[in-house]
Design a protein around this ligand. Sequence first.
Ligand code: HEC
Length: 102
Amino acid sequence: MIKVLILLGIIYSFSQAVSGENIVNLYGCMECHGIKKGKTAPAFIDISKSAKQKRIEQSIKNGSQGKYKNFKQNIMPEFEYFTNQELKEISTWILSMKKNEE
Ligand code: HEC
């Protein structure tokens, strides 16, 4: 029964319009990142202030290290399997935080 419910949950979350926020929650980005406070990685709100869309997408696809001085020891893993559309959803979601803050 539990397995069926978990499966339904997974199907349900995939059938939702895949917004940047959904992807970030689904792929474990929040293990390292927070929205407003960094954990082992910079907070998304700080990223939104220091990176442009293209760089954000490239860093997610190819990984990154050394761009944020408080996190120099840590590595952003590469997520090369995201489609361009998914990368765009994520970067747009991150950058939307900048506007909300102002
Ligand atoms: C294992 C920890 C970890 C996970 C999981 C992780 N990140 Fe990161 N991320 C980092 C670290 C560390 C940095 C800082 C890299 C740097 O300083 O260059 C970073 C940086 C970034 C940046 C900023 C890149 C730039 O060029 O400014 C973005 C955007 C980002 N991560 C998005 C994501 C997304 C989206 C996911 C999930 C798909 C994710 N991260 C998962 C550790 C992680």
